[in-house]
Design a protein around this ligand. Structure first.
Ligand code: PLP
Length: 377
């Protein structure tokens, strides 16, 4: 089945007890035990499973082409579960420009628990190869990356990981399964912040892991979920299922709008550089063409006038809200360097843009008035 159909149907069935076509939200934290000791619907207690979470996990596995999916309370909780499933002395390689929360976990939480980590510019496969060790257990990949919008070769990185018996985990938050299927091109596990495009409306927090094979590592990940307890609420699972139903169509519009906006921005004299994988000027354009169906709704821009111009632009825009996060219906703009602090990889003149579902000409009009004003300052 194609992804538009999966997005509408996977994990959805009319409610068996009422016939309700839209799945009810099951808030009960506990489920009745039968006289024979069994459980009618297979659910015992809300931390270990819940009908809304089970539906969501079925949908996520189907969308990413995996055998099994596990839903967590946030993208960060899903990332934590992967690192928690490792042992002291194990080694992780991550991108030097990974989502800064992922790098903070490695530096500020897991280093203290004996997990060893190196970072690399993953556009350079040789640099990653030089870091591989017999103890390397995870090669963590994020493509396109947050906030530098780098695109890296999933297949090449997965092969490197497998050469030392490590797993390749891909943070697929920015691309979503609509644009990129990492499990089909070598990766072992896909991670999502479902808070972003999958949810799609900036009104829920969630995370997920989807595994190609339901193996012993997935058992560890499941232990972290069910015994660790960083699970999403039934309401958040329900909202996410609703968001997923329109994901393929929303992604088309995000891509179309972002392409139009990126091409406009490239021509404006106040802009030094546009980082968008759909542009031929992007260093990862060829890889993006090969491993993605389209180029996504995220971009970053660097301003000729430095940090002051970047901050001024955020103040002069009317349709782009100054806010963190991404992937919602509304366009957002953010100065990542001031959010991430001293360890940031983000240049001070860089702004990250999440292009929403407004009409692209309205977005361009807004950018145009703000950029022209900056040039005339
Ligand atoms: C690429 C990426 N991965 C992971 C996360 C963390 O997700 P969450 O905020 O849901 O914990 C984010 C959040 O911005 C992200 O952009």
């Amino acid at each position: 089945m194609r992804i538009e159909t999966l997005a509408v149907h996977a994990g959805h069935l009319p409610d068996p007890s009422t016939g309700a076509v839209t799945t009810p939200i099951h808030l009960s934290t506990t489920f009745e035990r039968e006289p024979d000791g069994g459980y009618r619907g297979g659910h015992v207690y809300g931390r270990t499973s819940n009908p809304n979470r089970t539906s969501l996990e079925e949908a996520l596995a189907a969308l990413e082409n995996g055998e099994v999916a596990l839903a967590y309370a946030s993208g960060s909780a899903a990332t934590m579960a992967v690192f928690q499933a490792l042992s002291p002395g194990d080694h992780v390689i991550a991108p030097d420009d990974a989502y800064y929360g992922t790098l903070r976990q490695l530096r500020e939480i897991f280093a203290g628990w004996g997990l060893e980590a190196d970072v690399a510019d993953m556009t350079d496969l040789d640099a990653v190869k030089r870091l591989l060790r017999p103890t390397t257990k995870i090669v963590w990949v994020e493509t396109p990356s947050n906030p530098l919008v780098r695109v890296v070769d999933i297949d090449g990185l997965a092969k490197l990981a497998h050469s030392v018996g490590a797993r390749c985990v891909v943070d697929n938050t920015w691309a979503t399964p609509v644009l990129q299927l990492p499990l089909a091109i070598g990766a072992d596990i896909v991670m999502h912040s479902t808070t972003k495009f999958l949810g799609g409306h900036s009104d829920l927090l969630g995370g997920a892991l989807v595994a190609k094979k339901n193996d012993e590592f997935v058992e560890r990940l499941s232990l972290m979920q069910k015994v660790g307890g960083a699970i999403p609420s039934p309401f958040d699972c329900w909202l996410l299922m609703r968001g997923i139903r329109t994901l393929p169509w929303r992604m088309r519009a995000h891509c179309e709008n972002a392409g139009v906006v990126a091409r406009y921005l490239e021509t404006h004299p106040a802009i030094e550089r546009v980082h968008y994988p759909g542009l031929e000027s992007h260093s990862g354009h060829a890889i993006a063409r090969r491993q993605m169906n389209d180029f996504g709704g995220m971009m970053a821009i660097q301003l000729v006038g430095g940090e002051a111009a970047a901050l001024e632009l955020t103040r002069r825009l009317n349709l782009f809200t100054r806010a963190t996060s991404l992937g919602g219906t509304e366009s957002l703009i953010e100065h990542r360097a001031s959010v991430e602090g001293p360890t940031t990889m983000s240049p001070v003149n860089l702004l990250r843009i999440s292009v929403g579902l407004e009409h692209p000409e309205d977005l361009i009009d807004d950018l145009h008035q703000a950029l022209d004003a900056i040039l005339n300052l």
